[in-house]
Design a protein around this ligand. Structure first.
Ligand code: HEM
Length: 415
């Protein structure tokens, strides 16, 4: 989900015209909402240049972003129709490259597998995993700091996926490498990426064979049950769907845990109040997702026709970036948006999980993991302070998927 739009928006600016704005550089990675605030007020539908030198239309007001996410003329497939005759490996077909009706017939197989009620059944085991990870972090650190991404966020997100996919302990170590490589290809060779895809493909098809004859209460079994009931998809499409469910949410959840902790490091008053009243954490999770998100934009869309947003017409064929992060900080939608308010009553209107047909099917799992992660951390450590000033944290990834490589924190007080 983090490749740049390949489509350019219309013709280059005629000679004598202002160069296009370039709002997506290094400052954007650190503080994306701040970087887009001026554009949202002065030019809410702007033709911009991306860091790779391409042009795209950037949509920044909440009302327009919501409309864009719901508009079938903004296509994810770019008008391409999948050829059912071609054999596909896991990940060759991903939901975010499809439009209805192909998207609908595949996506409906996933929906019943990941409902909030189903995910809640895994809560206790995810809590157990979080407690074990914090125990290990405490015994490794003595009185020193903890690097939270490696010690907690990555392993918790991975173990949560293993719980919902019912991956036995003895298979987990071999699965981690391919999942981590495909979630963040930085530092992976082309051969490692290729091998990781092959291993995920084999893993998913192995589970399909196993759960086809011995169903359990896991994501694979539920997707297969929906497939048996509804049909309408090929075996390759189901394999790809399962691979995407395994992979799509891993890094996003890792990063959302990290970003939530960054927000709490930067807002010690909020950190204290949530520690004192942990029942407020589930609601605060939505405010933290509004505050910052790994995916500042929806996946790239392509305008199939001319599309009007307010005064501006985006021409057919243009690449469109719907800015979730700018919408989440739009004062027209959230009063006083630059205040982190864990009790905000509009928080759940954030767009960090998207909206409409591509709305994140893993949102219940992600919310559960974030709730467990924050409850466990705040319950364990009396106070958490940054080791590196929050403004100096190193941000990587790209403007479509921001990444925090490391988050060193210093726990204080009773352990
Ligand atoms: C905090 C964590 C997460 C965030 C912020 C997030 C965000 C998103 C967003 C914004 C979209 C919509 C993209 C668009 O419309 O362009 C999406 C789609 C998707 N997400 Fe998530 N996600 C998270 C966790 C998860 C998890 C845990 C899973 C799987 C268990 C998952 C699986 C997917 C899939 C399969 C899609 C594609 C849906 C479709 O195209 O119909 N995500 N996610």
């Amino acid at each position: 989900m983090d490749t740049e739009p390949a489509v350019t928006a219309g013709a280059p600016a005629p000679a004598g015209q202002e160069p296009l704005p370039e709002p997506l550089g290094a400052a954007f990675l650190a503080r994306p909402a701040e970087a887009l605030a001026a554009l949202r007020e002065s030019c809410p539908v702007a033709r911009v240049r991306t860091p790779a030198g391409r042009t795209a239309w950037l949509v920044t007001r909440a009302e327009d972003v919501r409309a864009g996410l719901l508009d079938p003329r903004l296509s994810l497939s770019g008008g391409r129709v999948p050829d059912p005759g071609v054999r596909r490996r896991a990940l060759d077909l991903t939901l975010v490259n499809y439009d209805p009706p192909d998207h609908t017939r595949i996506r409906r197989l996933a929906t019943p597998a990941l409902t909030p009620a189903r995910m809640a059944a895994h809560r206790e085991r995810i809590e157990g995993a979080a407690a074990e990870l914090l125990d290990a972090a405490d015994s490794a650190r003595g009185d020193g700091p903890v690097e939270l991404m490696d010690a907690f966020a990555r392993p918790l997100a991975f173990r949560s996926l293993c719980e919902v996919f019912d991956v036995p302990e003895e298979e987990r170590a071999a699965l981690y490498g391919p999942v981590a490589c495909l979630a963040d290809k930085t530092g992976c060779t082309a051969a490692t990426v290729e091998e990781s895809v092959a291993r995920i493909d084999a893993f998913v098809r192995g589970k399909m064979a196993l759960r086809g004859t011995a169903p359990g209460d896991d994501v694979v079994s539920r997707v297969l049950a929906a497939w048996r009931e509804q049909g309408g998809a090929s075996e390759d499409e189901v394999a790809s769907l399962l691979a995407m469910l395994l992979l799509a949410g891993f890094d996003s959840t890792v990063q959302a845990i990290g970003m939530s902790v960054v927000a709490l490091l930067d807002h010690q008053d909020v950190q204290r109040s949530l520690r004192d009243e942990p029942r407020r954490i589930p609601r605060a999770v939505d405010e933290l997702l509004r505050w910052d998100t790994p995916g500042p934009f929806s996946t790239k869309r392509v305008a199939l026709e001319d599309i009007r947003f307010g005064e501006t017409v985006v021409p057919a064929g243009s690449g469109v970036l719907l800015s979730v992060v700018a919408a989440n900080h739009d004062p027209r939608c959230h009063a006083d948006p630059e205040t982190l308010d864990p009790d905000r009553n509009t928080a759940s209107r954030h767009l960090s999980f998207g909206l409409g047909p591509h709305y994140c099917p893993g949102s219940a799992l992600a919310r559960l993991e974030l709730t467990v992660a924050l409850t466990s951390i705040l319950g364990r450590w009396h106070r958490l302070i940054p080791v590196v000033p929050v403004d100096e944290l190193a941000w990587g990834g790209g403007y479509l998927h921001r990444r925090l490589a490391a988050l060193p924190v210093q726990p204080c007080g009773p352990t």
